[in-house]
Write a protein that binds this ligand. Sequence first.
Ligand code: PEP
Ligand code: MG
Length: 846
Amino acid sequence: MNMRDCPDLLEITPSAGVERVRHGWRAKCLQRLVRMDLPVPRSFAIPAAAVQTIAAGRSGGLPGLSALFETGDGLVSVRPSAVMPDWGGPGTVLNVGINDATHARLAGRIGRGNADAIYLSFVQSYAINIARLDPDMFAQEGDGALAHALRLYHDEMDEDFPQDPARQLAEVLRSMARAWDGPSARLLRQAKGAPADAPLGLVVQDMALALGPGLSGSGTIQFVDPVTGTPRVTGRFRGQHHGAAVGSGAETLYLTCDERGTSLEDVAPDIFADLVRFGVAARERLREEMQIEFVLTDGRISIIDAVRLQRSSRASVRIAVALARDGIIPRTEAVMRVEPRALADLLHHQVDPRSPRDVIARGINASPGAATGRIVFSAAAAQAAAAREEACILVRRETVPEDIRGMHASVAVLTERGGTTSHAAVIARGLGKPCIVGASGIGIDGRARTLHAGARLLREGDEITIDGSSGEVLAGAAALLDPALDEAFTQLLDWADAAGGIGVRANADTPEDARTARRFSAQGIGLCRTEHMFFDADRLPAMREMIFADKPADRKLALDRILPMQRRDFIELFEIMAGLPVTIRLFDPPLHEFLPHDREGLRELAESLDLPLSDVTRRVEALSEFNPMLGMRGVRLGITVPEIYDMQARAIFEATVEASRKGAPVVPEIMVPLVSAMREVELVKTRVDAVAAAVRNERRSDFTYRLGVMVETPRAALRAGDIAAHATFLSFGTNDLTQMTYGLSRDDAGRFMGIYVGQGVYAEDPFHFLDNEGVGELLLVGARRARQQRPGITIAVCGEHGGNPESIDFCAEAQFDYVSCSPFRVPVARLAAAQSAINSRLRDKT
Ligand code: PEP
Ligand code: MG
């Protein structure tokens, strides 16, 4: 064809100036296939600028289109070609150009039935998508359907079905260009990260006929399993079939002998071998694992399209590592190709995407992974089920610290209330158990022990599956995939670590957490929340005695009973971490959390303390606060009840001496929570220094320690300069800092967060995604002021945001020293840290 006739049609030849930004990914991909000498039918790219002109109706129908139909069978297909494959686009239209004359010609060559099927499918598609006629009218198939459809078209449109191929094509192009501009297409692509005004190119390609004599049909072939990522050729070949056009003698074949049924490999081994050869070459040339779409015309192969293989998280890791190992992409590119969040899926069981899903409720996906178990409504029932070795799922309105043991005993947790940083969410993430919170559509009746989920009524003992990755509750036992902590996973993370980047530590409270942190190569513990250590059955009574003690001496006596247990906790943590830094946060929660809340619990407490019930009740009431999260907690307790911090400091130092004697020297990091004024730090530091001096003296052993401050009140961030005078490190507790900056309860916000995000009040849930503009500014201001006062001071983040790739990028940009997150989040954070470092180096280069 003479290209001067139609300057907007660029033939895709090896040397044509096809550009992804102008012509889209599909056009560029086809050019690569053409350059490889693969049998690609003649193809043309229409640039995005021309598509826009077409959409605006200013193209005059693109002059010169008729030249496209002068060769071959005179039929073409049109496919969308956006800049990124994920951005989608209008559906492909096949067989443009068919008219009475072509139909007659084709009937002679490929048989009347096949020619009818091709013509009919185009008339149907044109009538419905371009003339916008009622689809039901054009549903007829079989004998006489073509004549019927042409007659109907004439009756409805008052004209014959368009016979001019150029007019047909111009109308198809216009309809596709307009569809891309429509509001629903915009929303869809925006959801995939495309800008609202993303450009669209189109590709026009000669049709390779899949209907006709010999082995003819269309199919797809792929070379790895899209779910597991293991090398395996799979696909489908549909004989006498292409798009909606189904010819006589249609038959579906599998691609390989390994699959069930007859395969293309059996029927046509040479064709199969060629397809595999093309696939291997395409993988190398396109530097990607592809799915190839092909047509066989009487045994002749045409490669009509190739798309990046859709893949699961686990497959994405294996594919990236295999491409780098085969020398097709560099290791840093493999690191960049895997979405960090995808790694969270690999650490846990997942619902098999190939299995059916019976969704009965939805909530916030608070902790990833999937588990099946029987419903229990109380921590006690969970423990009883665990004792029977029965998998159970703890279903609660919300969880409280007393539920911890129940959470340990269950395989997953579901709560009606709460958000991403509520108790259930934080603890479940720490335990690595799937969890859904804020499932506001469910109704729990604790007494009747029933759960309403939409129209379903479930009882204690009924089986459900929690998909904590998607936030969906499924009825019954879903098919699960095992975790994929395989060699590819380890390899990818080793490459990620080699790329450098911000440090990654783990929030670890227990020896089990610490072991998980080591297993995932965390560089230390960035936050050990010590209060969990007080909830154990053998410690709670002493804790309660301490709370009820009137005099400091009695308080100390009770705490002395806890001291050896705390010391053991810390020795174990230090031993597991083997010289890596361990940051221990001093006691943080309000004391009220350690007291019983119901009458029965109060009675038992009165009995154990040998006090009248009224005394106990009065004392408990006196301790209750209107706003406990803003009340007597954190350093405020440390100053008003200093014996607690004294005991903890002693336990830490004695454990330091002990652990250093046996293994690597320990330099403990002690962190003071909820600070809002410099004087608080000064007071605590004076006492902790005194305890250190005493332990050094008693044990005749020297050690050092680092005292740091947890910055989780806005005032601490603003006053970070003078606070830094007494601290060797600052760690931003972004959970509380977000709560206090917004004045938004982290435990209750889940109730309306959906509405707030839906209406655009907040772009995202700020407990999930760090609010860079507000809370983030406090981080930057705090870090700057602290560094001015004490250059070289260590700056970190240890709130839940520490495991979030976007926040990690923010912290890395601000040159923080490390982030600390749930142990199971560490792999995600390591990959995100590497990607941030690689991106930053790339930016520096350009
Ligand atoms: C925080 O507030 O960010 C934090 C890490 O502490 P916690 O979640 O224990 O309040
Ligand atoms: Mg906090």
